[in-house]
Design a protein around this ligand. Sequence first.
Ligand SMILES: [Zn+2]
Length: 270
Amino acid sequence: MKNIVILLLSLALSLAIALSLYLDDYRLIPGGKISWLHKERETRSRLLAIPILLYHNIDGKGPFSIDSETLRQHFQLIKDRGIRVIPLKELIQRLEHPAPYREKVMVITFDDGYRSMHDILLPLAREFGYPVTLFVYTDCIYNRSTRNLTWDLVRKMDRMGIDIQAHSISHPDLTQISKSGDPQERKRLFEEIYLARRIIELRVEKRVEYYAFPYGRYNLQLIEMAQSSGYRRAFSTDYGSNIITRDNFCLKRQHVKSSYSLSYMDMLIR
Ligand SMILES: [Zn+2]
């Protein structure tokens, strides 16, 4: 009798697990990985398609620089929608070991290295508790303009929760350089990709794992160079979200323009 009860209980449990897996549209396959039963649903499910926002300066000047009040409105919108902002690192781990999210999540990134990252972004990100990633190009930090960050500020921001990553040395269009095939140009690409990582690692005293292509422009050769330079992932400005079951090396980012209305932002993140 006792054996029959145990048997029935284990049957019921297996049935419940099988049913929950079916309802979630996925099943486990050997190696602990997940296979999605309905491929086409991946792109439609917001729980699988994760947007990464890309911002630049916060001075309200130019097509890619929003003002601080608008940035606050964006951050508040994300909070109001109940979307969890996750660290970039967490998304990468999820891509490597795919599992469905139970809530809407997204990632926030900034590029270049303006002083506003310290003066405006840092306090705002801390107020909202958002883990933001900042991709810096090293010439921007070295040139000592009051518009830009210094290495001391970059280090301070990294310690205070703004994850610093690499965005080249001098911010050239790498696809133009890679066209020539000249050995000197190849050396230049090596510097812009590999050396940028090493400089930031030495200056910030941390491991740098992600590379944002200047202007978001890339090709196969540049992706291979980023891989052989030790980066775990690279980032473009290709439009769209990232599907967590597709383990792409080069991830997309939604470039936020200053002309975007709040309702358009709402559409981008929902
Ligand atoms: Zn840039």
